[in-house]
Design a protein. Structure first.
Length: 381
């Protein structure tokens, strides 16, 4: 039998042991161990989760609607309330796409879509830095796959030229904003590459872009003007949209096929109808949140500029890495910043490559320039 205590001790010795934090949320602040700190590790990118005005307005509507707090079954049984269909149609219309399908989480989406669509006659070409959930989705299926160097579209083009003709279909998988480096994919270049081959589809995960990029908050695909040209456009509600769940924008045929074949969808109890109603309420607000998106853009640019040479030059978004290198030094710096009032966390292997342990600053629209300047003064000492 495995000695799990020994394995845990090995993790501790390498600086890789993790713990669930005991914290309390107070708006944009975190209270931990009696200390109040500015939260710089949140995915609440637009600051909506802490908005009591939105919450109270929605709860009034929810009371009138009578929507239950449990769906009690999967959507294929009795869990398919009309609010699901309303949100899916609303999103399809807003994105100008034929169909939309909802899921319980981004992890459910990424571990379910690829295994359902890909088989041994499908080649998956995935960016080296795609999220672990996409990698898990690839590994759960039967399809062969290759990893191309991060945002290296020249190498991707070579792989397509060499191998695309040998497969019934090829799926290129990428994120739009990468979760650890905060840099942005060139979706227009990927669309151009895809169009050169009749059997290639493009899979884009907009988890960190939905809500915060594009004139209407529809993500990098909107910003780069290629929403309709991405075959499989995935995103989550658990970050900027301050809710829970995920979505796929696709063709009607793909939607119907996934309803019949995607195991996480078929075998999971659906999210509560009340939760879906909250998601729809916030999604409908997205076009009006330009002020929040602009505030986030300004502070993100400020932090990136002040961290040039330490990771700020890598990012082009509100996710800004401060790369330190070794685990112990990274943990020590995070603890120092927490003592000085900034709640930020170390990110270590295997989440990031060996030797690139970092503090990952995740900004929200509620963080102002003064806070960024105070943080930078501590980092640049």
């Amino acid at each position: 039998m495995k000695d799990y205590n020994k394995l845990l001790n090995n993790l501790k010795a390498s600086g890789g042991l993790r713990h669930l934090p005991e914290i309390e949320h107070q708006g944009i602040y975190i209270e931990k161990g009696g200390q109040t700190m500015l939260n710089l590790s949140s995915n609440d990118y637009l600051g909506l989760a802490a908005r009591l005005d939105l919450r109270n307005n929605f709860l009034g509507r929810l009371k009138e609607s009578g929507l239950p707090l449990s769906s009690t079954s999967s959507r294929l049984l009795t869990g398919n309330y009309s609010i699901y269909t309303e949100l899916e149609q609303d999103m399809a219309d807003r994105f100008g796409r034929e169909a939309c399908l909802l899921f319980n989480s981004g992890y459910h989406a990424n571990t379910g879509i690829l295994p359902a669509l890909a088989d041994k006659r499908t080649l998956i070409l995935a960016d080296k830095l795609v999220h672990a959930s996409i990698i898990d989705g690839i590994l759960l299926g039967d399809a062969p796959f290759r990893r191309f160097r991060h945002n290296d579209y020249g190498q991707l083009e070579q792989l397509l030229g060499k191998e695309a003709a040998d497969y019934e279909q090829v799926i290129i998988a990428t994120e739009s904003i990468f979760s650890m480096d905060g840099d942005v994919a060139d979706l227009r270049r990927l669309v151009s590459l895809k169009k050169q081959y009749p059997n290639v589809m493009l899979y884009v995960d907009e988890a960190h872009a939905i809500g915060v990029r594009g004139n209407n908050g529809l993500g990098i695909a909107e910003e780069q003007g290629c929403i309709k040209e991405i075959d499989l456009l995935v995103g989550t509600f658990g970050k900027a949209l301050a809710s829970m769940g995920a979505y796929l924008l696709c063709s009607g045929t793909i939607r119907e096929y996934l309803v019949n074949t995607m195991r996480p969808l078929i075998f999971s109890t659906a999210l509560p109808p009340a939760q879906i109603a909250w998601t729809k309420y916030l999604f409908d607000l997205l076009p009006s949140l330009g002020k929040e998106r602009e505030q986030l853009r300004i502070t993100s640019h400020l932090l990136r500029e002040q961290l040039q040479g330490h990771g700020g030059e890598i990012s082009d978004s509100h996710i800004v890495p401060y790369i330190i290198g070794e685990n112990d030094a990274c943990i020590a710096k995070a603890e120092e910043l927490q003592r000085k009032g900034f709640y930020c966390l170390p990110v270590r292997p295997p989440t990031v490559p060996q030797g690139t342990s970092r503090i990952r600053f995740s900004l929200t629209a509620a963080v102002d320039a003064e806070a960024i300047n105070n943080l930078s003064s501590l980092l640049n000492k």
